[in-house]
Design a protein around this ligand. Structure first.
Ligand SMILES: [Fe+2]
Ligand SMILES: [Fe+2]
Length: 273
């Protein structure tokens, strides 16, 4: 069944740093989930994650409205989930001068699904940096993650931090900026996302978890974005960080279960009848 989908043009969230928007769920589910990527148009342009393959046409249209394929020099992948790697192989095909920034475990876990020669890869681990011509970027693991390969990306020249799956939230309707959301919904959404993405939060020593949040706070980001959140600016950065600190103790609704699936199946039967 078709449904209207809000189409946002890329948003410049910091100088030459563009959030490329996508989302799923609008008009179908109670909430929408963002599926964003970023382009940092440094002297050597950097693509940060590659989105879902289902959104390929819109993604490439947005990306190539900002940069020529042959000018892309780096493709940084935060981790090996399908919502971050959906257009990776095709992008590397059409961007002949790009080097893929992954790590050993990412390449290993992706196996044959990663169609990029090791000759075009560079392995960047947590804490590593790399030069993009006019600046160095730093790979820093966010506090919340659902793959052991995860690294975020920090740009000290703009104060921008790519949080991958951290600081994420569902949205009632798609928006560009968390400031457009009801604040209570946003705060609850961070807890929900954090606990669903990282159920091990309930098991960790809280002092150790807080240190992983301290590490991001110490970067003093002025703007954050992630795959599953609208842009986070200014005072909302501190709020997002503070809210994540409380996620291990947050009250979170259970995930949809078999009873919900049966409702969906009944609805499908009704449609087919
Ligand atoms: Fe993920
Ligand atoms: Fe994700």
């Amino acid at each position: 069944m078709s449904h209207p989908k809000t189409r946002y043009q890329p948003t410049e969230i910091a100088p030459d740093t563009f959030l490329i928007h996508n989302h799923e769920g609008e008009g179908e589910a109670p909430v929408s989930v963002a599926l964003n990527t970023v382009l940092i148009r440094a002297a050597e342009p950097v693509v940060v994650d590659t989105g879902m393959k289902e959104n390929r046409d819109d993604y490439f249209e947005d990306l190539f409205s900002l940069v020529e394929p042959e000018d892309i020099r780096w493709v940084f992948i935060s981790h090996d989930d399908v919502d971050h790697t959906g257009n990776l192989n095709m992008l590397m095909d059409v961007a002949p001068n790009a080097t893929l920034l992954v790590n050993w475990f990412m390449a290993t876990r992706m196996g044959a699904s990663l169609e990029v020669s090791p000759a075009r890869q560079r392995w960047i681990g947590d804490g590593d940096s790399f030069s993009v011509g006019d600046r160095a970027l730093y790979a820093i693991r966010p506090p919340i993650f659902d793959s052991p390969t995860t690294r975020g990306l920090y740009d000290p020249t703009t104060g921008f931090y790519w949080a991958s799956d951290s600081f994420a939230t569902p949205m009632l309707t798609p928006v560009r900026d968390v400031a457009e959301m009801d604040e209570e919904f946003w705060r609850d959404g961070i807890h929900l996302f954090d606990r669903y993405v990282s159920p091990w939060l309930e098991l960790v020593d809280d002092r150790k978890f807080q240190k992983t949040v301290d590490r991001i706070e110490a970067l003093r980001p002025t703007v954050m974005a992630g795959c599953h959140t609208p842009a986070i600016f200014g005072e909302h950065v501190a709020k997002a960080i503070a809210q994540s600190r409380l996620s291990p103790q947050g009250d979170v609704a259970p995930q949809p279960d078999q009873a919900v699936l049966e409702q969906i199946q009944q609805a499908l039967l009704g449609l087919a009848a």
